[in-house]
Design a protein around this ligand. Structure first.
Ligand SMILES: [Zn+2]
Length: 449
């Protein structure tokens, strides 16, 4: 989760209904040597060359905020604004981040996040306190000791002026990418069309779209592990500044090792590096992998810093309590966070037959959750009401038993320390593997009887 979660949550519905309509581009009126939405194409560096070394903010006037990105090399970029909530999005080629100290925001900018949006495309998202237009956007040449800088001037405008600008602007240009366009192979299926294009790391167990489904090894079950958040969506921030996206990925890698060591499981990760994946992309991966069990990993954050403990969620159409509903809202907002519309609902999910399959899957999921909690509560501290029900989008695979594990609270200093500790993750991992063993033994028994 994230400190502005509630605000995003409230906008979920609006975003999903009007997502595409809300996309606004600002064709920036550049002064000086650049024109159009991109900086000079001749300035584009070779792939992976550039690093962002700093992000700075300053008040130019009451209504004008300047944002400066310090760069190692010149880059191409595009910038556009979104409403509901108001954001400014900067798309860059895949770029490295080396920002030793996060500078405090100023002016109209409330907070910002950055990361890999998809292979070949990094993204920065600035949350702004109201409607703005991008008055200027340009890249400054290196100057003496300092490298090139990307400068944005954001001007506060009225909602009416924002809307007017929206009407007169073309759609945002495609994100600049340092790599040439990919060969035009059709996506494997319409539902998998949104899977980010990941390079296939050898032995990673990860699937790239278009890769034929690996033949199922007889006897081996496929576990799909889904490290929550990633890339431009950091998830919750821990007491020590560690991001949820890093902790969930570390836990997934630990689990993968443990599952594979048994020889009984094949493991697929929905992401195996720090990259943004849309919610429906995660589901598509699980189905493409022909998963037998889907485990989504998260780590929560809450105002009350004394609360700690693990909890397990399964899908419910109506969330069990207010707290669970709030958490589901915040976890479901990831597509909004990355600056795109929330369109994880596929037509399939609304299909009535799938709904029936989902009911059966929900029962299986609940049974697995119970087994998991029984095993895990002997090993680690769990939350008082350990098994909870909520409407998580990522749990909506109609035919794969799915649970979402909130590993603990990053807002609790002690628990955050534990979650950063490989030894603790090892203990947690062993308990999860033991529960999965029991689940499949139970399933096999059911089939025989
Ligand atoms: Zn999360």
């Amino acid at each position: 989760m994230w400190n502005s979660a509630a605000r995003f949550g409230r906008h979920l519905l609006a975003a999903s209904l009007f997502g595409a309509a809300l996309l606004v581009t600002l064709t920036v009126t550049f002064s000086g040597t650049t024109s159009g939405v991109f900086s000079s194409a001749a300035a584009a560096p070779a792939a992976t060359a550039a690093t962002v070394t700093g992000v700075r903010f300053g008040d130019r006037s009451k209504t004008l905020t300047r944002v400066v990105l310090d760069l190692s090399d010149k880059v191409q970029f595009s910038v556009f604004t979104l409403s509901d909530p108001y954001r400014v999005v900067v798309d860059l080629p895949e770029i490295a981040w080396d920002i030793p100290k996060i500078s405090s925001v100023a002016g109209v900018v409330k907070q910002f996040r950055y990361g890999l949006f998809k292979a070949g495309n990094s993204r920065l998202v600035f949350d702004v306190e109201g409607p703005v237009t991008v008055k200027k956007a340009f890249v400054l040449e290196s100057n003496g000791g300092s490298g090139p800088r990307l400068v944005l001037d954001l001007e506060k405008v009225s909602p009416a002026a924002f809307l007017k600008a929206q009407k007169s602007r073309p759609r945002p240009p495609p994100a600049p990418s340092a790599s040439p366009p990919l060969p035009t192979a059709p996506p494997p299926s319409s539902s998998a069309g949104d899977v980010a294009l990941l390079p296939l790391a050898p032995g990673s167990g990860d699937l790239a779209p278009g890769t034929p489904k690996p033949p199922r090894k007889p006897g081996k079950r496929t576990i799909v592990l889904d490290p929550g958040h990633g890339g431009v969506d950091p998830g919750a921030t821990g007491k020590s500044g560690r991001f949820e996206k890093a902790i969930t990925l570390a836990m997934a890698k630990e689990l993968k090792k443990k599952f594979e060591a048994t020889g009984r499981y094949r493991v697929v990760l929905t992401r195996n590096r720090d990259i943004f994946i849309r919610l429906r992309g995660r589901l598509a991966k699980a189905r493409q992998a022909d998963g037998d069990l889907f485990i989504s990993l998260h780590a929560d954050s809450i105002k009350n810093r004394s609360i700690r403990g693990l909890s397990v969620y399964t899908l419910s159409e109506t969330a069990s309590d207010k707290e669970a509903a709030a958490l589901a809202k915040s976890e479901n907002k990831s597509d909004v966070i990355a600056g795109i519309d929330l369109t994880y609902e596929t037509p399939e999910v609304t299909n009535i037959l799938i709904d029936l399959a989902q009911r059966e899957t929900m029962n299986l999921s609940a049974h697995f959750a119970n087994l998991l909690i029984t095993d895990i509560r002997r090993k680690v501290k769990v939350l008082h009401k350990t098994h909870r029900f909520a409407g998580f989008a990522v749990l909506k695979a109609p035919d794969i038993p799915s649970v979402l594990v909130e590993l603990g609270y990053l807002s609790n200093a002690g628990e955050e320390r534990l979650l950063r500790d490989p030894k603790y993750r090892g203990k947690l991992g062993a308990a999860i593997v033991a529960a999965v063993d029991k689940f499949f033994a139970w399933k096999d028994n059911m089939r025989r009887s």
